[in-house]
Design a protein around this ligand. Structure first.
Ligand SMILES: Cc1ncc(COP(=O)(O)O)c(C=O)c1O
Length: 317
């Protein structure tokens, strides 16, 4: 397969996941090294058994974070969330947060990546294969790969089209909705696949009450009369990018209103965009029958977030 570390993917890291497969090297066949249970190991040797609890029962949590100009954006916050997610699932990560932070830095350095994506993951091992898995080892791995912004700013500003998912974000007493847990992504993958089959880039999910919730891997914002409206994150991730964008907007004097938003209100918004570590700030042009025109506020926040993550104009905590 060949290829230098840091040049593992010839064309794109694939936020959309719809790139032609021939353009993407399968993730288990790349070169370089990744961090697995305390040390860097050759990438292709980082294997786990098929009878792994995390694979069968969803006892798995993860993070997705970007590195810009050699600095991992909000590294501490991502690691804190990884530990919170693990704790929520009753998993004790056998490393300190400082060790995981250092491991993320070491993994990116080993791959020679200064602009890319990092994926820490923690999961239960294979000692027990039943719902009860009290004595399984908790494994941790961290991989890093190049992941450029897929769209150029001009291309991005056209906005992406979202389907409306038939799946609802569950109630907080149905699933641990604030953990970044692999099991919660089951309905995201189904929704995204169904949306892509209809020609959409992604899907908007409503929550168990019927309010607007989030896309399959990103939070959502709307613009009305120069103000930002975004759903209250009471049954989905309060994304770190969401928090950055709120801080940036407030610093620019833009009013931010967090509230429950009903689908029928979508007719009243002029702009819409998604936020996420992978998605960054991505303008939206359609959600099912509702249309939006990416405009000045979206572009301002998109550019300000781009500066923020590169340390050019830091405003968020
Ligand atoms: C379901 C979901 N919601 C929201 C987000 C945005 O979170 P963040 O901005 O912390 O990446 C993500 C991405 O991790 C996600 O997967």
């Amino acid at each position: 397969m060949g290829g230098k570390p840091g040049q593992l993917i010839p064309k794109t890291g694939g936020f959309s996941g719809t790139e032609p497969m021939a353009d993407v090297i399968p993730f288990d066949q790349r070169d370089g090294s990744l961090w697995y249970d305390g040390k860097l190991v050759p990438w292709k040797d980082a294997k786990t058994h098929v009878l792994t609890h995390g694979l069968h029962y969803g006892s798995c949590v993860f993070e997705g974070q970007r590195i810009y100009n050699g600095t991992i954006y909000k590294l501490k916050e991502h690691t804190e969330r990884l530990f919170f997610s693990a704790e929520t699932l009753g998993m004790k990560i056998p490393f300190t947060q400082e060790q995981i932070n250092q491991a993320c830095i070491d993994t990116a350095a080993a791959q020679g990546i200064t602009d890319g994506y990092l994926r820490p993951v923690a999961f239960r091992g294979s000692e027990m294969m039943a719902v009860s898995a009290q004595n399984t080892t908790i494994h941790v791995a961290i991989a890093c790969w190049p992941w450029p912004s897929y769209f150029s700013p001009a291309e991005k500003l056209k906005g992406i089209r979202l389907d409306i998912s038939r799946w609802k974000r569950p109630a907080p007493d149905t699933e641990p909705v604030h953990a970044k847990a692999a099991g919660l992504y089951m309905i995201c993958t189904i929704s995204k696949h169904e949306a892509e089959a209809k020609g959409y880039a992604d899907a908007m999910m409503f929550d168990y009450r019927g309010y607007i919730a989030e896309a399959t891997g990103a939070n959502v914002f709307f613009v009305k009369d120069g103000e930002l409206h975004t759903p209250t994150p009471d049954c989905f991730l309060n994304g770190l990018t969401r928090q950055s964008v709120i801080a940036i907007a407030k610093a620019k004097g833009v009013k931010v209103i967090e509230r429950h938003i009903k689908p029928e209100e979508l007719t009243g918004f002029s702009e819409c965009f998604l936020t996420g570590s992978a998605a960054e700030v991505t303008p939206v042009s359609e959600i099912g029958p509702y249309t939006f025109k990416p405009g000045a506020l979206t572009e301002t926040l998109m550019n300000a977030y781009s500066d923020e993550v590169r340390g050019l104009a830091k405003v968020s905590a």
